[in-house]
Design a protein around this ligand. Sequence first.
Ligand code: SF4
Length: 394
Amino acid sequence: MNIKQVMKDYFLDLDQAARDPDRRVAWCTSVGPAEILRAMGFEVFFPENHGAMLGATRVCMDTIPKANAFGYSPDICSYLTSDVGAYLEGITPLTKAYGIESVPRPDILVYNTNQCKDVMHWFEYYAREFDVPIFGIHPPTNVPEVEESHIADVVLQFEELIRVLEKMQGRAMRAEDLRKTCALSKEATDLWAEVLETAMARPSPLTFFDSTVYMGPIVVLRGTEVARDYYHLLLTDLKIRVAARVAAIPGESKRIYWDGMPIWGRLRSMSELFKDNQACVVASTYCNSWIFSDFDPDDPLPSMAYAYLKIFINRNDQYKEDYIRKLVAEYAIDGVIFHDAKTCPNNSNSQYNLPSRLRKDGIPAVIINGDLCDLRCYSDEQSSTVIEAFVETL
Ligand code: SF4
C-alpha cells in the first residue's frame, strides 16, 4: 500500500461514483464534517486538495489568470482561483495523473468557515454553477478557548446538516454508521499524529516536504479503513527508520519549524535547498492541522464539533504563539520559518508581530514571502538567500 496507489484508488473510485446514479458525491472543505457525509453514504471530494494538485503541478499558473479575468481577485485564496480557473478551462491534473476527464460532479456542497470565509465564496460559485444544494457550517471563529456554547452551536448546525442529507438519501442517519466513521477517523488521525511525532527523533526520519505528500489520506480519506491502514503501515515503517537512525536529511544539523502553507509548486526545490544546508524541517503548523485527537465515537457530534472548532487556524494569536512555543520545545527546533502567503492571510501567522515575540525570547525566526499556488508572488532567489542566511546563523 503506497501513497500513490492510495490516492489513485481514491480518485478512480470518486470518478466511478460520479457516473453511478446510485451513488452520491459531496464536496467538502478540508476541515469540514467529512465523517457526517461518509456516514450518510456520500463519497467525498475536497476542492482544496484539487487546488494543491493544481499548485504542485503548476497548472495553476495558467488557471489563476483565467479566474482573475473572470472576476476573482488575484488577492484572494489561490486554491480558489486555481480551481475555478481550471473549471472554466475544463482541465484538471487528474487527467494526466489518472486518466480522469473531470472532477466528480457534486450532489451537495458542504463547507465549514472554521478555516476562512473564502471557502464559502468558492462553494457558492459551484452551487450556482451546478445548481445543487449548499450547506455551510458557520462556527464561532478565532476563539481563545472553545466554550460549551460554541460546541452546542456547532452541534445544532451538524444536526441541521444531517436532516438535509437524510432528505437527499431518503433514510435516517444510523447512529452506528456515524460512530464507525468517527472511530475510523479517530484511529487515522491518532496514527497521523504519531507519524508526525517520529520527527522528534534525532535524526528525523521524515521532513515537512515528505509529510505534505503523506498527508493526502488524512485530508481526503478521513473516516475510512484505507486511511487508518495506510497510516498504520507508514508508522511501522517510520519506527523502523528511527530505530535504524535513518536520516531524512543526511548530516542533519539544524531543525526547523515551518509555519504557514506549503509552496506547492516549489516543494522539490525547497526540499533540496534544506537538504543542501543540512537543515531538516521537522514540524509544521500545516501538517498538524489534521490532528483531531478529541474525536470520540461514543459522543460523535459534540466531540467532532469540539475538534473542528479547536483547530489552530480558528484560534486567537496567543493560542498560536503558545502552540508554536510548545512544538519548538518538543521537537528541539533551532529556528522558525514563517511563510507569509500572499493569498492566504488566514494561514500566515507572521503579520501580527508573532515572529518578533519569539525572537525576543531567543527563538530565531524569519519570514519568507510567497504563496501556496501563485508563483507570481514568490521569488526563488530571494527565498533561497533568506533561508540559507537564516540557517547559517542558527
Ligand atoms: S485557509 Fe487559506 S488556503 Fe485554505 S481555503 Fe482558506 S484562504 Fe484558501
